[in-house]
Design a protein around this ligand. Structure first.
Ligand SMILES: [Zn+2]
Length: 96
């Protein structure tokens, strides 16, 4: 088997403020179509490369998707500039 060029599609879930996978094992074309569809609903979408096929995994329990989503959730989603800071956010001004 040649290395598949597969994609995982992630969306930003406002309720959990984290990315989650909505599709995996998609071809680049399908992933883009899916992403476009989601973007048209105003969702923040990420299409990520899969190094390997997510074999025999259901999307909901797919660890590989989960990992991909988590690595994205560490970053600020593009377009969501961190301007509206909540005041209860602790500031680290104690030096070191
Ligand atoms: Zn997966």
């Amino acid at each position: 088997m040649t290395a598949p060029n597969l994609k995982t599609v992630l969306t930003f879930d406002e309720t959990t403020t984290a990315f989650r996978s909505v599709a995996h094992n998609l071809s680049a074309k399908k992933a883009e179509a899916k992403a476009d569809l989601l973007r048209s609903t105003g969702a923040q979408v990420r299409v990520v490369d899969q190094p390997t096929r997510h074999e025999g995994q259901r999307l909901k329990t797919c660890e590989l998707c989960k990992n991909a989503a988590e690595s994205f959730s560490d970053h600020n989603p593009e377009g969501a500039a961190p301007e509206e800071r909540s005041e209860d956010e602790p500031t680290a001004e104690s030096g070191q």
